[in-house]
Design a protein around this ligand. Sequence first.
Ligand code: DON
Length: 555
Amino acid sequence: MKVSIFYSFIFFVSLVSQQAHAGDDCAIATAHPEATAAGCKVLRNGGNAFDAAIAVTAALSVVEPYSSGLGGGGFYLLHVADSDRDVFIDAREVAPERVSESMYLNAAGKAVPQRSREGPLAAAIPGIPAAIKHLSKYYAKLPVAFDLQPAIMLARNGFSVDPRYVRAVGWVEKRIRKFALAERIFFNQGEPYKVGEILRQPELAETLEVMAEDLDSFYHGEIAEEMVNHVISSGGNWTRKDLQNYEVKEREAVNIDFSGAKIITAPLPSSGGLVMAQVFNILEDWSYYNHDNIARSHLMVEAMRRGYNDRARFMGDPGFSNAPVKQLMSLEYARKRGQSISLDSATDSDSLPTVFDLSLEGEETTHFSIVDDDGNRVAATLSINGPFGSGMVAGNTGILLNNHMDDFSIGIGSGNAYELVGNRANGIEPGKRPLSSMSPTFVESEKGVLAIGTPGGSRIISMVMLSILEYLDPIDVDPSAVVSLARYHHQYLPDRVQVEPNGFDEAWIFELRRKGHDVQVYHRKWGNMQAVHCDLSQTKCSVLNDPRGLAGVVF
Ligand code: DON
């Protein structure tokens, strides 16, 4: 397979550069060169894309501890070439048994955001270790000990700290310092690490070694015991049973036909697939590509407004609440929803059906895409939610715990980290998975095959959709534009078009405002998209790294 690197890593100096070219002959896009190198090593040694996914997952838990890890969850979308089958592995965290709807509210019934974002009560039961086991047992070729080896080395010998690590620590320094174990690991003898310094995680190395011997140790053995003891003694609510009961779920991926292409993406408990289905159906009905640039953007904003409105109204863990999935996927429904769109003016979000409460999201997460020589594919988005998750490390395991309880609707009229609106469908219940926006996606069309995804909380869905719209534009586009193009976003409430800085000209902003949109240019870009694009024969693939991530950092 021939691979070209659109964003080559020539920018890297420091230790990271030694791995820079590891990706040259393998179709792996990740947020970190060390994780890419881990995946490539496994591919070169006879592993398939699923082995590489295990290696990348484990390596990311070491080198991007602020984004994802063994203490978090995620979704893996697989294409199994042999059987020409798509499989969606739901490794989302679940709420422990000892939770209640009001656990994050104060006496006045108001949400106390800190409780769902920080420390032991913020952490749901992790899913990533179960995903590793599942991938290894049913899809991978090599022993899991081999796939975990690069991560073990990175944790034991250390990795070179990069600017994204430094930035993430800067965001949540206070939170990490509240937890002595986390402070010891993620600070350099009390001082923030500097770019190029080596960060070692011996406890995590040991945990990975124990898992390499016995994957069940995470939920049933010594790792489980240590985590539960630490969570309980810190005031948390986990039990051994919560861990024993955890299981990944294989779900049917959402399939959407749009503009002659097939889009394969995330089902509930990710809202991604259902929001995308409605948006793409509305756009198809409005013949999106027949309009000029301004009208396209306006139509897209209006379609997002409606799709995210339904996210808020109906969506949650399908094991607990019944979203009208068939209806939300149907063309007739989208047509009805799209009828109220005017090409001249913005809809007022308040005119759409209301929901009860606000819920918001965190700031880091990770995505990777892999294609192997046999045509197996993986798109995976993994997260511990906010930067460094709950901030808490579970005892001597070196595992940083997520704060994904915050992705539930926490309380009526309250907000958490981002500005998404939620409903009872996403209320807190024991054993339930919090609603997600993570959307690992494949696109199959006459242009080829694209594996794509990104972090970015509620904006994940809009980012993936904008990239797909660009990619499928009947006018040929350079595939690298798919990850670099400027982003805008609308999520129903707050009723505004969020725009990346320096991405859109004055005329675009003026015209959208003239239609009545509240266009707000943000101070910072968002997302870190990692995609692999292959031609139809899948003999030539391109690795596409978002220039907003490490691929675009000069250090
Ligand atoms: O599951 C979700 O949708 C979020 N917890 C993901 C968080 C995220 O992407 C933060 N990233 N920048």
